[in-house]
Structures are given as structure tokens and as C-alpha cells.
Design a protein around this ligand. Structure first.
Ligand SMILES: *[C@@H]1O[C@H](CO)[C@@H](O)[C@H](O)[C@H]1NC(C)=O
Ligand SMILES: *[C@@H]1O[C@H](CO)[C@@H](O)[C@H](O)[C@H]1NC(C)=O
Ligand SMILES: *[C@@H]1O[C@H](CO)[C@@H](O)[C@H](O)[C@H]1NC(C)=O
Ligand SMILES: *[C@@H]1O[C@H](CO)[C@@H](O)[C@H](O)[C@H]1NC(C)=O
Length: 488
């Protein structure tokens, strides 16, 4: 999510970095290729950067603006078994029934204003595994990010061996010793200076994943939109950077490849990545005359080399019901995402398999839930007129994970009302085994009578199918903070 205070931040770095970068920038209007950059420290002790622009590739697809129908061919062409929206499957809905008992938690500290104790060593998952365990406060528990200007922390992280790459909304940090120590790195160094003609430079909303098949991290960065006075001309870009763990040292990333996706007829916001078997999925909401979620599919192999590639994308008109949603984690060979085709009663589940150039969807009636976005309100303990929840995120399907071949979870921000005294998270587990028939396995809530929950976010353990949940809480006597849960 983008906050208006970002403008201050952007102005600062442009002036600082313009000098350091000289005329090396080679992005701008010419977005037809991958670039390879090498970052080194010269004899003068300063950082230098060389980018080799590869030219002469066959007609590239990426970097083209997104006008017209999806390119290449429309993903909505019929295919057996995976083509048209199916019929709505009757699935009796009912009134909301708050799950019992309400969810509570043990306060773990951190995430307030720096006065809380460090987070104690997290308990390991019952099934073992190779998760990241932070035993002290990280770079993100400081005034450099959260706590300043109301910045959302929005942490993201990935790990390969002892290299851990972690981002939040505006900063990033790298560890080469398995998380014992982190070095904060400046994303703008890797995003490059802004080209005022086409974008406003690095903004925010970073996400990172690891691509095991090519042994590279993949890092998504969002750029600032250019023209708030005209929604069609108000464009920006997304940048995808990939690099090997071996490209990293304690000071940062020394070598990387990047590609850009340019928006048109609006700007992209709140991106997400999902790592499939052979494809990387990227979802983002286009804010323009038409607003909706767009999902991209990019061959992972192509992110390992400098050269052209072909990506596919969904039609924004299909995504109008899914504004602000994020695609499912752990997609394997099929990615899912969802929207509210009738907020409060019906979700629309989308499916796209790697073997198919079409995607499809179906509606599912669920238990009704309070969808009036005016009631996405929870106030800070120190000032009962300050709502700490980001109102644009009301109802958004933030969390999604494919738990097995047959089951996908969706979680979203619900409001107070209908028996829930506070905003809370609604979760529905959907059986997708008989697509296009879908059915509700279970619907439940994360709620508490005394404070609010929001921003449920899921990831499934590859080792044992446990689902990790990150969720934010606040209000009542609590400043906003977050909690981690393992659901098995
Ligand atoms: C930080 O939080 C503590 C506990 O809520 C409060 O007493 C203190 O005034 C806060 N400090 C600032 C700078 O907001
Ligand atoms: C921004 O939009 C305004 C209003 O439509 C237009 O006059 C102006 O040329 C646009 N600026 C850019 C840089 O596109
Ligand atoms: C939504 O909630 C607001 C504030 O409680 C209320 O004024 C409004 O009438 C509600 N809208 C609907 C459609 O119920
Ligand atoms: C409380 O919050 C409101 C809205 O954010 C703000 O206008 C007001 O100045 C705050 N009051 C105090 C005492 O900080």
C-alpha cells in the first residue's frame, strides 16, 4: 500500500543518488530486454555500478505496456476442462457464526514504538523444517521503518542456505550468517534513479521469494506513479530483480538481473509473488479508469538469463472483483486467487494451471460476514480518534495459500458488525478438487471481543502441510502489533 508520505522519501533519494549514478541508467523507455548489472566498490572507496544492456533479441514481450487484450493470445480461449466459468454451485450460506472461543494470544513484544522487549526465540514448528528463526529484533523493528510516518511494515523474506533476504515496505536487509546479523540495504540503489518521463522511481511494496530451480532470489519492487491528475496517464512500473545467493556479501548484492513491467491506463499497487513449478506468478492491482487485479505468469527459467522472455497476463476486467487481493502462495502447478463477487455472501475463486493458457473461475456462496467498509475501524489506545487500520484494505483478500492439490485457503479483512465487536479476519477453506465445482470445507474467523485482527497472511510448510499465519492485531489496550501462528 502506498501512503502519501512516500513523496518526501522519493524526493530525498533522487537528489542523493543522481550524483552517485551519473549517466549509467539504461532503463527508461527502452524496456525490451533484461539487463545485467554489476555493483562494485572502486579504488576510491565509492560504490560503482555497471549495467550491460543486451540488445538484438527477438521480439520481447515483457516491458510492453499493457494496452489491449492480454498478450500473447488471450488466456480466455477455451480449453477442455479449464475454460469457462462453471455454474454456481449451491452451497447453503447462513448467518455468521463467530467461532468459539475467540482467538487470544500471548503478547510477544516488539512492533510498537521501540520500548518493548525483543521477540523471544520463536518456537520451532512441530514438524521440523528449515524456517527462519529470528531470535533478536531485526532491522525492521526500528525507527528506520515501522514507527516512522505511519509506515506499514509489510515484511517479506526468503532464505537459501545461510543467505536470508528480507524486505519491508521501504527498506531491505540481507544476512549471510543465517539470520544472526543483518545489513540494511537501500532498495533505491538497485531500483536505479527515476526516469521522470516514465516513472517516479522506487516507491514501496516489496516482496521477495526464492526460486530453487534456478537458485536465485526474486525481488519485486514497485515504482511511484507519475500523474495523479489523470488516472489513465498515471502509470508506474514493477521491477523484478533476480540474483544468486552467491551474489550476496555482507554489504549487499554484487550482481543481478532485472526486468520491468510497465503499466498503462493506471498504475500497479500491492504486488505479490508466488513460486510455481516452472512459472513465477505475480499479482498486482491496477488503479486506473478500470480497477482490478491482474495476474502475470513468467517462466522461471527466463529469469536466470539476460534475454527476452514471454509472459502472460490476465484481463483486468476479470479482476475488478478482486481489487487488492493477492495470489495464493505455494501454487505448485496451479495458482489460485479470489475476490468478492458479492461482498458479504459470495467469493469468486480463480484458477490458472501452468499447462493452460486460459484461466477460469467460479462463485461460492459462503456464510455472510460484515462487509460494510465504513466499519473497518479500530482506534489507537493513546488517541481514540486515530484509526490504525488502512481503510483502503477493508475486505481485501490478503491471504491465500494452496494447502494441497485439493484445498485452497483465503483470508480477508472483515469489519465489525453482525456479532463481531471489532474488525476481524474471515477465513474460508475451499475444496477445488472437482473444479469447476467448488465447495466450502470450513469458514472461520480470527476475532476477539476486545481488540481487532486484520491482514491475515498464509504460507504452507512444504514439509508437513502446516499453514503459517501472520496476522496483525491492535485496538483496545494494544498499539498495533503482529502475531505468528502455526495451524496444523
Ligand atoms: C511508547 O509506548 C509506551 C507504552 O505504550 C508509552 O508509554 C510511550 O509514551 C510511547 N512512546 C512514544 C514516543 O510514543
Ligand atoms: C498529466 O495529466 C495532465 C492532465 O490530463 C496532462 O495535462 C499532463 O500532460 C500529464 N502529464 C504527464 C507527464 O503525462
Ligand atoms: C455502513 O456503516 C455506516 C457506519 O456504521 C453506516 O452509516 C451506513 O449506513 C452503513 N451502510 C450500509 C449500507 O449499511
Ligand atoms: C488524535 O488523532 C487525530 C487524528 O489522527 C489528530 O488529528 C489529533 O491531533 C490527535 N490528538 C492528539 C492529542 O494527538
Amino acid at each position: 500500500m502506498k501512503l502519501s508520505v512516500l513523496a518526501i522519501f522519493i524526493a530525498l533519494w533522487v537528489s542523493v543518488l543522481a550524483a552517485a549514478w551519473g549517466n549509467d541508467y539504461q532503463g527508461g523507455d527502452n524496456d525490451d530486454d533484461h539487463y545485467h548489472c554489476h555493483h562494485h566498490r572502486g579504488d576510491d572507496g565509492n560504490d560503482h555500478q555497471d549495467c550491460n544492456h543486451q540488445t538484438g533479441h527477438a521480439t520481447p514481450v515483457f516491458g510492453r505496456t499493457l494496452s489491449g487484450t492480454p498478450y500473447p493470445p488471450s488466456p480466455r480461449a477455451n480449453e477442455p476442462d479449464d475454460d469457462e466459468p462453471g455454474s454456481v454451485i449451491p452451497n447453503p450460506g447462513g448467518p455468521i457464526v463467530p467461532s468459539s472461543p475467540p482467538v487470544n494470544f500471548r503478547f510477544m513484544g516488539a512492533g510498537n514504538n521501540g520500548t518493548n522487549p525483543p521477540i523471544p526465540r520463536a518456537k520451532r514448528q512441530s514438524c521440523g523444517g528449515s524456517g527462519i528463526v529470528f531470535d533478536t529484533s531485526t532491522a525492521f523493528d526500528s525507527d528506520t521503518d515501522i514507527g516512522v510516518n505511519g509506515s506499514p511494515a509489510e515484511p517479506s523474506g526468503a532464505k537459501s542456505g545461510n543467505v536470508i533476504f528480507s524486505t519491508s515496505n521501504w527498506i531491505a536487509a540481507i544476512s549471510t550468517d543465517g539470520g544472526a546479523t543483518f545489513t540494511v540495504i537501500d532498495p533505491t540503489v538497485y531500483a536505479g534513479p527515476a526516469n521522470p518521463a516514465t516513472d517516479g522511481g522506487f516507491c514501496c511494496d516489496q516482496v521477495v521469494q526464492y526460486l530453487p530451480s534456478i537458485d536465485r532470489f526474486v525481488w519485486l519492487l514497485q515504482y511511484t506513479n507519475t500523474n495523479n491528475s489523470n488516472s489513465a496517464l498515471n502509470v508506474n512500473r514493477l521491477r523484478l530483480i533476480t540474483f544468486h545467493p552467491s551474489d550476496v556479501d555482507t554489504k549487499g548484492i554484487n550482481s543481478w538481473i532485472y526486468m520491468d513491467i510497465l503499466s498503462s491506463n493506471g498504475w500497479f499497487d500491492y504486488g505479490e509473488l508466488g513460486v510455481g513449478t516452472t512459472q513465477l506468478y505475480l499479482s498486482t492491482t491496477l488503479y486506473g479508469p478500470t480497477r482490478g487485479l491482474v495476474v502475470f505468469r513468467i517462466p522461471i527459467e527466463a529469469l536466470n538469463v539476460v534475454g527476452s522472455l514471454t509472459y502472460r497476463q490476465t484481463n483486468v476486467n476479470d479482476g475488478t472483483v478482486a481489487q487488492g487481493s493477492r495470489l495464493s502462495q505455494n501454487p505448485d502447478d496451479t495458482v489460485f486467487w479470489a475476490g468478492h463477487s458479492d461482498p458479504g455472501t459470495t467469493v469468486r475463486v480463480f484458477k490458472w494451471t501452468e499447462s493452460s493458457t486460459s484461466y477460469s473461475w467460479n462463485d461460492l456462496t459462503i456464510d455472510s460476514w460484515p462487509s460494510n467498509t465504513s466499519n473497518f475501524v479500530s482506534t489507537c489506545p493513546g488517541n481514540r480518534t486515530t484509526n490504525w487500520l488502512f481503510v483502503n484494505s477493508a475486505n481485501n483478500i490478503i491471504g491465500s495459500t494452496r494447502r494441497s492439490n485439493n484445498e485452497v485457503w483465503f483470508g480477508w479483512n472483515a469489519n465489525s458488525g453482525g456479532g463481531f465487536p471489532n474488525p476481524h479476519a474471515q477465513v474460508v477453506q475451499v475444496n477445488v478438487a472437482d473444479w469447476p465445482s467448488i465447495s466450502k470445507i470450513k469458514q472461520w474467523q480470527i476475532w476477539n471481543p476486545n481488540f481487532a485482527f486484520a491482514f491475515p497472511y498464509f504460507y504452507t510448510s512444504s514439509e508437513c502441510d502446516d499453514v503459517g499465519l501472520a496476522v496483525v492485531f491492535g485496538g483496545g489496550s494494544f498499539n498495533p502489533s503482529s502475531a505468528l501462528v502455526v495451524l496444523s
